[in-house]
Design a protein around this ligand. Structure first.
Ligand code: NAI
Length: 319
């Protein structure tokens, strides 16, 4: 059997830990020696109402099993209070799992400001506020582990979820920047795009699929990423669910390079479109293309051949 990952003496903050994935994370860390802050606002999946019950149930479960846990009932929009709970109860914070989330699904045509704002308040602002509050502690102790939660809907888009998709893709950029800023302080930050049975998914997947996608199948990967034995995996995105886990990354096509002068027209680009979208020998960038170097190379090229104005015909060829 694999060695058991332990978290003795460490403090883990799990947001939205009153149910679903958050509960699975919290009970796991509670069973592995960690001090756990079980945060949950206790509202509906659409972000309405609040209650202390969701967090209390999980805290009691962890304690009954011999673990250490305290509840926090604040919205992640007040993330500083959640971190305060950790410091008051346990004197430190080592791991932050930004997991709290809601859905406000509606077609783009019918999406209201409130649906957009509420999703951004919880997912984006909530993750920001909680991480920002934990950050000085991480820096001071030169140790921190952060998990932010994205979604396939964010990475690939999904009907009825333009608000949620935008917020979930925001988690990727947010995490990549935190990974860069945190590296020299030994703060490692990764993104997970989970898929699991919960109240968010119970109505959109058949029961036999849900059965295979239990929340506890998300936990081990997250545990690896936030364990002290992870010393270099940071700024990455992982798709995880039902026992499958895979890293995702960016892919850059060969690209077209044109001489940047008056001959660089839309028509010239269309002629080179095959190169723009040529993924036969891609690279896997972790930063922007080296534009200064490319610019120099481009100036060595001959002027672009004159081309006819763009026509509808060109566009059809493109597609
Ligand atoms: P869930 O609804 O079971 O759990 C989310 C928890 O967050 C709830 O207990 C809720 O009370 C809490 N919460 C909501 N707003 C909060 C706030 N403002 N402050 C504090 N707590 C709040 O849903 P699930 O599925 O466990 O979701 C966990 C995370 O995983 C979410 O970020 C979700 O978007 C994400 N996710 C889940 C997927 C799935 O297949 N279940 C797919 C992709 C992403």
């Amino acid at each position: 059997p694999a060695q058991e990952l332990r978290f003795d003496g460490q403090t883990v903050v799990v947001t939205g830990a009153g149910g679903g994935l958050g509960k699975a994370y919290a009970t796991f860390f509670g069973s592995r020696g960690a001090n756990v802050v079980v945060n949950d606002l206790g509202g509906s999946f659409k972000g309405e109402g609040q209650s202390t019950k969701a967090a209390d149930v999980v805290v009691n479960e962890i304690k009954a099993a011999g673990g250490k846990a305290v509840a926090n009932y604040d919205s992640v929009e007040n993330g500083e209070r959640i971190v305060e709970t950790a410091i008051k109860a346990f004197g430190r914070v080592d791991i932050l799992i930004n997991n709290a989330g809601i859905l406000r699904d509606v077609s783009f045509k019918n999406m209201k400001d409130q649906d957009w704002d509420l999703i951004f308040a919880v997912h984006v602002k909530g993750s920001f506020k909680t991480a920002r509050a934990a950050w000085p502690h991480f820096r001071k102790q030169k140790y921190g582990r952060v998990i932010n939660t994205s979604s396939a809907a964010g990475l690939f888009g999904n009907f009825g979820q333009c608000n949620y998709s935008a917020a979930k893709m925001a988690m990727v950029g947010f995490t990549e920047t935190l990974a860069k800023e945190g590296l020299k302080y030994n703060i490692l930050c990764n993104t997970v795009a989970p898929i699991a049975a919960s109240r968010l998914t119970e109505t959109i997947m058949p029961p036999e699929v849900l059965q295979a996608l239990t929340p506890d199948r998300i936990v081990p990967l997250v545990a690896c990423l936030v364990h002290p034995s992870n010393t270099d995996e940071t700024g990455a995105i992982f798709e995880v669910g039902g026992g499958h886990m895979a890293k995702l990354r960016w892919e850059r096509a060969k690209g077209a390079l044109l001489r940047a002068d008056e001959s660089m027209t839309a028509g010239a680009i269309v002629k080179k479109w095959a190169d723009v979208a040529d993924f036969s020998a891609p690279d896997y960038p972790t930063g922007a293309a080296n534009f200064l170097e490319l610019l120099e190379d481009a100036q060595k090229l001959p002027p672009n051949p004159p081309s006819e104005p763009l026509s509808f015909k060109d566009k059809v060829v493109l597609i």
